[in-house]
Write a protein that binds this ligand. Structure first.
Ligand code: FMN
Length: 160
C-alpha cells in the first residue's frame, strides 16, 4: 500500500505527528505548501493532517493551497484525516479543521476511513463530528501529549 501524508503546520506539531505516523507505516510526507494534485492522487491511501487555527479555521498554508486538493481527482480515493488542536483553550472549535477537510474530500467522492470516538476528550463543540464521532484522529499535543502514541497506535490499524 502506498501512503502519502499531506500536512500543514505553523509551529511544527502537526509536522512532527506526520513524520511519526509516516515512520510507522512507511509513508511519504508532503507539506501542503509544496503539494501538487498528483500528490493527492498517486497513492492508495491519502492521509491529510491539519491543525485548527483562528476560531475553527484551517491552518493558513492549507487555506492558501487548498486549490491543489480541490483540483485533485479523489473519486473513490481512500482518505484518512488527523487534526491537532487545543481542547482547553478552544473547547468550542476543537479540531474543526478536519471537519472542513472532510466536507471537501467527501464532496469530491472520496471514501473517508478512520473515524474515532470522543471518549477521553473534554470539549463543548467540534465541527469535526459526524454521527457523534470525530471524522479522523483528534490529537491534542497542548494538553494530552501523553495520549498521542496510544491514539495513533489505535487508529492506524483502522486504515489498512
Ligand atoms: C491563534 C491560535 C488559534 C487556535 N485555534 C484553535 C481552534 O480553534 N481549535 C483548536 O482545536 N485548536 C486551536 N489552536 C491550537 C492549535 O491547533 C494547536 O496548538 C496545534 O497543535 C498547532 O499545530 P502546529 O504546531 O502544527 O501549527 C489554536 C492555536 C493558536 C495559536
Amino acid at each position: 500500500m502506498s501512503v502519502t501524508i499531506v500536512f500543514g503546520s505553523d509551529s511544527g506539531c502537526t509536522k512532527k505527528i506526520a513524520s511519526r505516523i509516516a515512520s510507522q507505516i512507511d509513508a511519504r510526507t508532503v507539506n501542503i505548501t509544496k503539494a501538487q494534485s498528483s500528490d493527492f492522487e498517486d497513492c492508495s491511501l491519502l492521509i491529510l493532517g491539519c491543525p485548527t487555527y483562528g476560531d475553527g479555521d484551517l491552518q493558513a498554508d492549507w487555506e492558501d493551497h487548498l486549490n491543489a486538493l480541490e483540483e485533485a481527482e479523489l473519486k473513490d480515493k481512500k482518505v484518512a484525516l488527523f487534526g491537532t488542536g487545543d481542547q482547553e483553550i478552544y473547547p468550542d472549535s476543537f479540531v474543526d479543521a478536519i471537519g472542513i477537510l472532510y466536507d471537501i474530500v467527501v464532496g469530491k467522492g472520496a471514501k473517508v476511513i478512520g473515524f474515532t470516538k470522543t471518549e477521553g476528550y473534554s470539549f463543548t463543540h467540534s465541527a469535526a463530528l459526524r454521527d457523534g464521532q470525530f471524522v479522523g484522529l483528534a490529537l491534542d499535543e497542548d494538553n494530552q501529549s501523553s495520549e498521542t502514541d496510544d491514539r495513533i497506535a489505535a487508529w492506524l490499524p483502522q486504515l489498512s
